[in-house]
Design a protein around this ligand. Structure first.
Ligand code: GTP
Ligand code: MG
Length: 197
């Protein structure tokens, strides 16, 4: 099944759009302790990531997204990144005039790094995220609903299957555990087929 790398950027974390147990002041004061944190540090927030910035109504619209976010989420961690790491992640934009401010933005606080899995998840994830510039993002998309400026657009999503492969290897060098929910056949038609012999 296809995979994509999704990251809630520092503004999304600080604004409490990821999960409620980490109010902004707490995140700011304890940021240092999250530098290079491992998935283990996320144990506290995992049960409450259900409070994601995706509303139930958003999820109800598309079974696949429900599957991707909640059922097939195969990697998630709260992590602070160093400058060199952020520069590597956005290396293809290094010649852009906004590269410096983009890197400053990404290292300004902890991010939530995730791997989502599902059919066409790269394209579907980008659709849900919305256009790069929130001013052009459709209502109902994450950026359209939660962001105003391009330099504070809350969330990242891989732009191709190849980018996703590279980004997942960069952010999850330790690998991820894959698993399949019992809901799979209720989301995917093919999984429901009865093969007669
Ligand atoms: P990501 O998912 O973050 O990779 O965004 P994207 O794929 O929609 O856009 P792109 O990869 O081209 O740009 C990466 C990030 O750089 C964007 O999400 C913005 O935060 C920032 N960015 C892109 N274009 C501009 C710009 O013209 N001005 C500023 N200030 N930031 C920009
Ligand atoms: Mg991009």
């Amino acid at each position: 099944m296809e995979q994509t790398f999704i990251m809630i950027k520092p503004d999304g974390v600080q604004r409490g759009l990821v999960c409620s147990p980490f109010p902004s002041p707490l995140i700011s004061s304890s940021f240092a302790s999250f530098i290079h944190s491992s998935a283990l540090h996320c144990v506290k927030i995992l049960p409450t990531t259900i409070l994601f910035l995706f509303s139930p109504s958003t999820l109800e619209k598309k079974g696949e997204i429900f599957l991707v976010i909640f059922v097939r989420r195969s990697g998630l961690k709260l992590v602070g990144v160093e400058r060199s790491f952020a520069e590597k992640h956005y290396a293809d934009l290094s010649a852009k005039p906004f590269f410096g401010s983009l890197v400053e933005y990404i290292i300004s606080g902890p991010v939530v790094a995730m791997v989502w899995t599902g059919k066409n998840v790269v394209v579907t994830g980008r659709k849900i995220i919305g256009a790069t510039n929130p001013a052009e993002s459709a209502p109902g998309t994450i950026r359209g609903d939660y962001a105003i400026e391009i330099g504070r657009n809350v969330i990242h999503g891989s732009d191709s299957v190849e980018s996703a492969r590279k980004e997942i290897a960069l952010w999850f060098p330790e690998g991820i555990s894959e698993w399949q929910s019992n809901l799979h056949p209720w989301i995917y038609e093919l999984a429901n087929e009865i093969h007669e012999v």
